[in-house]
Design a protein around this ligand. Structure first.
Ligand SMILES: C[S@@+](CC[C@H](N)C(=O)[O-])C[C@H]1O[C@@H](n2cnc3c(N)ncnc32)[C@H](O)[C@@H]1O
Ligand SMILES: [Zn+2]
Length: 259
């Protein structure tokens, strides 16, 4: 159930609009998404980042993540929500393989517009993971893939039998790329998520190598936070190589709510 971000009452679809009984109404955009973000500021990934992300992901370098997630979701799951879904790569893959109801949420309007144009089966919503417009206990599987998370919001919306699946970068993810660019490459610090309302049910490392062209490396760099933190002189080192074998290493964790 989708709730109104202003009064928290249920939203009903009436023609091209979602309305609550308090007469707050939200139009469905031309591409099919719903904007429930009350702030008008553009937040989250910008167009340049999401084009780079799409160019990289559409070559299926991260398909093993999507396939792994698929094995963790029962096929009779009623509602699957991807919080911080970006361009909808994982959401769309799962929606093609499972007949559940899917909702993708991201704070970036540009990303949600992009995702909504690709898949009409998923309801894409612009909203923040810290104020999710979904009813209490309504979600059966919640995905959080390289995106900000919220212990309080996630525990509020996940049903008592539901689960949370998180994907994050493992310590030496992309280390060859970092060795190339940085004088002193730093390893990722594996942030064990602060999720006191949940207990971890499983933890798995997914690791493989990818042979990437210069263009793939540029896209990969632009879709990560490194892009903003890197000196131009370091970034330009990417133009010196044609191909690089790079390690992809991810942590896949499943959580259930503490009782
Ligand atoms: C690294 S991207 C990952 C996107 C997607 N899950 C993927 O792996 O392709 C992080 C995403 O989180 C979104 N984001 C950032 N802050 C957010 C928030 N507070 N609530 C929801 N999404 C947010 C960004 O707009 C971006 O699309
Ligand atoms: Zn309302």
């Amino acid at each position: 159930m989708i709730i109104c971000p202003k009064c928290k009452k249920e939203l009903f679809k009436v023609d091209n609009t979602y309305k609550c009984i308090d007469h707050h109404s939200y139009d469905i955009a031309k591409s099919g998404y719903l904007n429930l973000l009350l702030s008008r500021f553009n937040a989250g990934d910008n167009k340049e980042m999401l084009i780079a992300r799409d160019n990289f992901l559409k070559q299926d370098f991260y398909l093993p993540i999507a396939k792994n997630i698929l094995t963790k979701i029962p096929h009779d799951t009623p509602l699957i929500v991807d919080c911080g879904c970006g361009t909808g790569y994982y959401t769309n893959y799962l929606a093609q393989n499972i007949s559940s109801i899917f909702i993708g949420i991201d704070i970036s309007k540009a990303a949600i517009d992009f995702a909504a144009k690709k898949n009409k089966k998923v309801l894409y919503i612009v909203a923040s993971n810290s104020n999710i417009p979904l009813a209490d206990l309504s979600v059966d599987v919640l995905l959080n893939i390289f995106a900000p998370y919220s212990d309080s919001e996630f525990t509020r919306i996940i049903s008592s039998t539901g689960k949370l699946i998180t994907i994050s970068a493992n310590a030496h993810h992309l280390h060859e790329l970092k060795e190339l660019v940085y004088h002193v490459p730093h390893t990722n610090i594996d942030k064990v998520y602060f999720l006191p309302s949940f207990k971890m049910m499983s933890e798995e490392v997914l690791e493989y190598t990818m042979v990437l062209t210069q263009n793939d490396l540029l896209n990969l760099f632009k879709m990560t936070p490194y892009y903003f933190k890197t000196k131009i002189s370091d970034f330009e080192k990417l133009f010196t190589i044609d191909k690089l074998e790079v390690t992809a290493s991810f942590l896949i964790r499943e959580y259930q709510k503490q009782n």
